[in-house]
Design a protein around this ligand. Sequence first.
Ligand code: ADP
Ligand code: MG
Length: 290
Amino acid sequence: MSIKAVDLNFVYGGGTAFEQHALFDVNFEIRDGEFVGLIGHTGSGKSTLIQHLNGLIRASSGALYYNGENIYEDGYDMRALRSKVGLVFQYPEHQLFEIDVLTDVCFGPKNQGLGEEDARKKAMEALKLVGLDESYYKQSPFELSGGQKRRVAIAGVLAMEPEVLILDEPTAGLDPRGRDEILDQIKRLHEEKGITIILVSHSMEDMARYAGRLIVMNHGQKVFDGTPKEVFRHYKELETIGLAAPQITYVVHGLKEKGVDIDSDITTVGEAREAILKLWQKKQAEKSGD
Ligand SMILES: Nc1ncnc2c1ncn2[C@@H]1O[C@H](COP(=O)(O)OP(=O)(O)O)[C@@H](O)[C@H]1O
Ligand SMILES: [Mg+2]
């Protein structure tokens, strides 16, 4: 699996008075098994960009390659692309509409042309992947908690067995527990099923914890692309575009300024805890050596 964007440009309402240039010459390549975090201020082009990746939006100019094939070439099978690149929209629960959970999750595989029995099998596997057991099958999606609804929506996409799963702010509006559950679920899909993940999120903490790579958008342009550590090193520039590093990075920088010998590249609380413990142990050893 690989997705390659070459000089992608997109203009909403081209040729009208409402013309809005939303993407400017965006380039990147995403390879099999990556966990990519996509960040950027509201309106920076994240949602527009990800809708290009499964062909929902067609670039105004530039090219997009899926497994080396230009998806804009005549005769390209867009329907197959949409099954391989699963897109979970923001507030996906707004798209739940079937009478019960199992029927809802069957919708995608049926739409792919599977028969009743096969579709049910795929749906059941997908529900299992998001941690919803048989007791949920016959429940109305509308009776579930916010986090559960969202898991049903994710299962609906997983049931089509995508190679890439793109999620647009899947934790928005959930309480901390629902948020952690969804993120852990996504992490498990990545680790155990090897699904490539592209995650849009506002939480720098989540990004530092889960993503192996961050792509940062600002006003329709890609401005940073690297590991979370590389990207958060630019925390001062991130602030100028309405973003920030994880809170813990600021704490660590504060300690460093006070003369504490700590790695300023730390981006998670776990790393900070380890570094501080090591410093403490070193101090203890020095003391007992005196
Ligand atoms: N349907 C639309 N019609 C016109 N402009 C749009 C539409 N959707 C988004 N935009 C504009 O495109 C830009 C990028 O928006 P979007 O991709 O939604 O950003 P993000 O997801 O990062 O918040 C913004 O300026 C937004 O106002
Ligand atoms: Mg958006």
